[in-house]
Ligand binder design. Sequence first.
Ligand SMILES: C[S@@+](CC[C@H](N)C(=O)[O-])C[C@H]1O[C@@H](n2cnc3c(N)ncnc32)[C@H](O)[C@@H]1O
Length: 327
Amino acid sequence: MKAKEPLFDFLSPSINYQILTGDSFSVLQKFDDKKFDLIITSPPYNIGKSYETKTSIERYLETQEEIINELVRTLSDKGNLCWQVGNFVDKGEIFPLDFYYYQIFKKHGLKLRNRIIWHFGHGLHASNRFSGRYETLLWFSKTDDYIFNLDNVRVPSKYPGKLHFKGPNKGLPSGNPLGKNPSDIWGIIQQDWESGMWDIPNVKSNHPEKTEHPCQFPIELVERCVLALTNEDSWVLDPFSGVGSTVLGSIKNKRNAIGIEKEIEYCKIAQQRIKDFKDGKLKFRPINKPIHKPAVNDKIAKIPEEWLKLDFINGNGKSTELNEKHP
Ligand SMILES: C[S@@+](CC[C@H](N)C(=O)[O-])C[C@H]1O[C@@H](n2cnc3c(N)ncnc32)[C@H](O)[C@@H]1O
């Protein structure tokens, strides 16, 4: 049976993508300087997963820094880098990896724009500390002139009917008709992805995107970064691409993409997922924006009269003038 998704047409013929098998450091040598507008990845955490050999945190970071040198070289001047990590754990002590990576990226001149908390509703239950329920995504830009398309990722306002209560705009809607800024705490996919990933350990997950990979990230997480931090036809890179989630989140949104992965089995799964995507058969959770719904008759829940007159409220376009009035 054909999955209901994707709700988009087809893969644009002008979009290029590649899954390259090999060690990131070696493969990166062949790319030109400043090729990529976005580098997004979840690197190995050095915690002894099936695809890594656990070593000291110092040795691990040294190896990662060699790869990071190449990543900074291949990032465009308007480019962004998103680094999604959790904790390295040694004898029960946790070492938040973003603390260490922040220093490496700063040394290379990158500028932190957000430290995003990716919050999970569920997870493993710890007994010697509080249970971990988030990881972080460090978003850096290479320069001060970086791509940021906020309007592409706005989420519906909780209270679109809220009005200015004083000043020259008193009585007028105070929000932005295109939606609000999604903030730096991301709870996307928290209900079904997390219950699929964590609630049933050692059992084949029932999440539509789940493959054999032990720590895939959801396509939706990639899509938000791709939509906000690149333009159509940009090139996106994932230097630790696993089963190809970044490549999928990119080509789905008309961006060119390259994934590098050392494990041939994961590359094969990535290729199959891309084929399924092209055939319209890939199962994935549609990009979704959980909304708190106030009661339907609450004034605060209603779309303001002024916005109803605007044609783009129905998705027909965007108004620069309104954006200026409602930042
Ligand atoms: C946390 S996983 C990334 C999973 C990916 N985000 C996904 O959704 O499938 C890290 C991946 O990096 C790969 N890897 C580790 N070291 C590597 C290296 N030096 N070069 C290429 N891939 C590497 C591992 O095999 C693993 O699949």
